[in-house]
Ligand binder design. Structure first.
Ligand code: PGA
Length: 248
């Protein structure tokens, strides 16, 4: 079964609303590729203007964060139903910046994955190891443990709709990309973990991205690997280069 490629931009805390609309216009013709899913995961304040700016194009809308309750006294937070009504389809969960800077742990991340599915959003679940774990050689165990925690009580049917992003922390925003073989090794291992937790059909269906300094120059090689079904792109998603990655 061929998995549909998914190239997602993670804009992080970049782009004011007017800059966001301008970027959509710049990228419009460059990302026009119906053979794959193209997603912009944007800051909360950009969701409404970007939803308008991508109308009539192939681009799908994603968000970068939300809280697990539907509404109430949670100052500063945004809920899954709010995102859903605004046209959001994909939601990044468990990014290393949220884990490290904002203290999100696997219990919260698991709750977010379940809430996202319940609200009709598709999670892009991030995992990945630090440089210390890479050097210690224990990175595979670490990532397998993250996946098991984060998918506790998530059903096989849900996992078939899930996107997992393997993002080695040492490669994020550093210009240092994992080699295509290093990325493939871990993406394959993640698929094996899913096969163990669920079954072969679920492992075959789940889409696995690589993320970490993916750019116009290295995307084609990374995306040629059997178990790499797409990319989660930070810095290069804010430039015309993103079009080259979509078409790599
Ligand atoms: P980067 O970020 O492409 O700038 O390394 C990727 C990510 O953090 O999702």
């Amino acid at each position: 079964m061929a998995r549909r490629r998914i190239i997602a931009g993670n804009w992080k805390m970049n782009m004011t609303p007017s800059q966001a609309v301008e970027l959509c216009a710049t990228l419009k013709d460059l990302v026009n590729n119906d053979a794959e899913d193209v997603v912009y995961c944007v800051p909360a304040i950009d969701i409404v203007p970007v939803a308008e700016a991508i109308k009539g194009t192939n681009v799908k809308l994603g968000a970068e964060n939300f809280y697990i309750e539907d509404k109430g006294a949670f100052t500063g937070e945004i809920s899954a139903p709010m995102l859903k009504e605004a046209g959001v389809e994909y939601i990044i969960i468990g990014h290393s910046e949220r884990r490290d800077i904002f203290g999100e742990n696997d219990i919260l991340i698991n709750a977010k994955v379940k809430k996202a599915f319940a609200a009709g959003l598709k999670p892009i679940l991030c995992c990945g190891e630090s440089l210390a774990l890479r050097k210690a050689g224990t990175y595979k165990e670490w990532i397998a443990r993250q996946i098991k925690w984060d998918l506790t009580d998530v059903t096989a049917d849900q996992v078939k709709e899930l996107v997992i992003a393997y993002e080695p922390i040492w490669a994020i925003g550093t210009g240092e990309t994992a080699t295509a073989d290093q990325a493939q090794e871990v993406c394959k291992m993640i698929r094996e973990v899913i096969a163990d937790m669920y079954d072969a059909a679920t492992a075959e269906a789940v889409r696995i991205q690589y993320g970490g300094s993916m750019n116009a120059g290295n995307a084609a090689e990374l995306l040629s690997k059997e178990d790499i079904d797409g990319g989660l792109i930070g810095g290069a998603a804010l430039k015309p280069d993103f079009g080259q990655i979509v078409n790599a």
